[in-house]
Design a protein around this ligand. Sequence first.
Ligand SMILES: Nc1nc2c(ncn2[C@@H]2O[C@H](COP(=O)(O)OP(=O)(O)OP(=O)(O)O)[C@@H](O)[C@H]2O)c(=O)[nH]1
Ligand SMILES: [Mg+2]
Ligand SMILES: [Zn+2]
Length: 387
Amino acid sequence: MPRQPGQVRKEAAATRPTWVVISLSPKLLGTTADGWNIEPLAPALTDNHSQNTEHDSIGWSDFFADQLTPEDAAFAPMRVATVHRSRLTANFDADSIRLNLPTHAKTTDFAVGDWVLADPETHILHRRLAPRTLLERRVEGSHAPQLIAANVDTLFIVTSCNADFNPARLERYLALVNEAGIDPVIVLTKADTVADAADYIAQAEALQRGLVAVSLNAKSPDAVQTLAPWCSPGHTVALIGSSGVGKSTLLNTLVGPDQDAPQATGGIRETDAKGRHTTTSRSLHAIPGGAWVIDTPGMRTLHVSDLASGIDSLFSEITELAPHCRFRDCTHQHEPGCAVQAAIKAGTLDAARLDRWRKLLDENRTNTPVQTGARGNKSVSTWAKKR
Ligand SMILES: Nc1nc2c(ncn2[C@@H]2O[C@H](COP(=O)(O)OP(=O)(O)OP(=O)(O)O)[C@@H](O)[C@H]2O)c(=O)[nH]1
Ligand SMILES: [Mg+2]
Ligand SMILES: [Zn+2]
């Protein structure tokens, strides 16, 4: 079988725990009086595989097992590895397979990282399991949001210690990631090109309360150690950021030197550090140690829409001051008794950050569809979450 983009190397995958998929294959699944129960099957598996019988070791958990019904008996869970216009591939039984879509299904309804049920022989897709987390973004001119990645535990927002570093753009990514309920980490690549990355780390960590930023050389094997706290077995991380920041370089380092199909990487323009959009599709990869990593194409624009709560938590130091303003509808511009302006005067809040907060909120308000309720009440749409 020709190797698909994003395919997990069979040898590498074979070293990974895959028992959950095996344990849920129809041969081993059974209905008990009280419904599905995969637990009793685990001991049988331990005969062949004495370790790694933990159900979450490949990212599978009770969250997905609880969605199975007796009607799903003939199907096996598989994890979507790549999504293309007309085809999907998935990891199943330590192999990469092409999923056959039923006529009504569209590839755009699936995200890399999704768990799906499919026939283990024909690979005909049966259904998608509801994801635990879903990163999606609104694309201008399209009603449906674009699905970026599913079932991600940590989002590595990747930027470089060079002209790519831009607090306002990082804030946009953070708002998106917050809204999806995923933990963000800022990963500063190209630390080897600067004398000291400490200033970049400090600037990045100031963007959100509790935010962690790390710096590394994406080409160096040391990067594996730096990112290890987020790459424990069964965990899924995704790399997002603009083109040329080193997402695919980092992915190759995390997968290690033995892979036969490394991700392509490309140079950047000297003048402004912009990349060439080398990666064109999202893909899921197994890495030694048992985590999964999703590589994504560099984003050109990040349209801010329907991210009100993500923006609120991003700028929590401002939103927490607002109730202390004298007027409930204070715009924090010229009103007397404004707690936000007082914080700026006292030097505890950065005026540039207030400015960026206002711009992001305005943009979000302009782009978020407003729905008219049953009694004519206007409410902000939560279209993305209602699908
Ligand atoms: N010196 C140095 N170069 C790096 C580092 N990370 C990436 N590069 C280089 O930066 C360029 C772009 O790297 P890619 O991995 O292709 O970037 P990308 O983020 O995947 O880009 P797209 O696929 O276009 O989104 C390549 O020439 C890499 O060798 C790093 O930490 N240090
Ligand atoms: Mg790339
Ligand atoms: Zn105010």
